[in-house]
Design a binder for this molecule. Structure first.
Ligand SMILES: C[S@@+](CC[C@H](N)C(=O)[O-])C[C@H]1O[C@@H](n2cnc3c(N)ncnc32)[C@H](O)[C@@H]1O
Length: 272
């Protein structure tokens, strides 16, 4: 890939999605763009970048950003946050919100939906009464491709083999040919929507719990600070944020309180 083309693509992806692609990652950009070029019937990466340059703001630009996202995820990823939800957070929130009967969750980098559905299964198994409340679960991502799969609730054998206990597969999924479909009644409790974390956020209700796992790692320090601040203001006092294992609020937004629950770490907003 020509150095100028590499710079064009990485600058564009950073400007649009804040995803930082360091010099030296040419192989990554090349392999993602090659897959995209094949899908779009474009003969080479050179021609693909030529088309981008010729038509600023085209649909192809959007697909390039989409192609540069890393969508790695799995059911019950890292397990501990879901244990903390079951053993500490949900009991506390059910107690705290019993009178108003309202709970709001947001999954801010939902990818193909496994994380949101893991939260839903945890609620269904332990506190199903919450579903009778005014319960809002919003799941967002920048990539339309992953959102389409999340919305379908359809997973391959390989995907359900990753992290999903057999008991949950039997209880919450139905076979559909070679694939598995997540319980449509539960699935419809999640509202999947497109949202770029670095653009303006449309109206969202004040949140009790936010999952923003394994996405801040792609951003620079200033972007991480901005997003953490916005989430802190969106969370209700005493609300909880879960980040990925390699992510923290430390030295980025010290108004969060770090809370360790067994082997899980989460971040709580001040009670005020
Ligand atoms: C590695 S996945 C994490 C999925 C899930 N949270 C987990 O931990 O398993 C990161 C997701 O962040 C999304 N993403 C990247 N940049 C984004 C942005 N600027 N706004 C919204 N989502 C973004 C990607 O499309 C991708 O699906």
């Amino acid at each position: 890939m020509k150095p100028a083309d590499f710079d064009y693509v990485r600058n564009y992806v950073r400007a649009q999605a804040a995803i930082v692609i360091e010099p030296g990652k040419e192989y990554l950009v090349e392999s993602r763009l090659l897959t995209l070029a094949r899908k779009e019937n474009i003969a080479s990466i050179d021609l693909l970048v030529d088309q981008l340059r010729a038509k600023p703001g085209s649909e192809l630009h959007r697909r390039v950003v989409d192609a540069m996202t890393t969508n790695e995820t799995s059911f019950f990823r890292d397990l501990h946050p879901f244990e903390a939800l079951k053993k500490s957070l949900l009991p506390e929130l059910v107690q705290k919100r019993r009178a108003e009967r309202q709970l709001n969750f947001w999954c801010g980098a939902a990818s193909t939906g496994q994380e949101s559905f893991s939260v839903l299964m945890t609620i269904a198994e332990n506190f199903p009464e919450i579903f009778q409340w005014n319960f809002n679960f919003i799941a967002t991502d920048l990539s339309l491709a992953v959102l389409a799969q999340a919305q379908s609730g359809i997973y391959s054998q390989l995907e359900v083999n990753r992290g999903l206990p057999a008991t949950h597969l039997v209880k919450f999924f139905k076979r559909q040919g070679d694939n598995w479909e997540f319980d449509p009644v539960l699935r419809k409790k999640v509202l999947f929507k497109e949202l770029n974390l670095v653009s303006n956020w449309p109206f969202m209700p004040a949140m009790d719990v936010v999952f923003l796992r394994n996405v801040l790692i792609y951003f620079d320090v200033e972007t991480k600070k901005t997003i953490l601040g916005k989430i802190r203001r969106l969370l209700r006092p005493g609300g909880y944020l879960f980040l990925g294992g390699a992510e923290t609020t430390l030295n980025l937004d010290d108004a969060y309180e770090r809370v360790v629950l067994d082997r899980a770490t989460c971040y709580r907003t001040p009670l005020v």
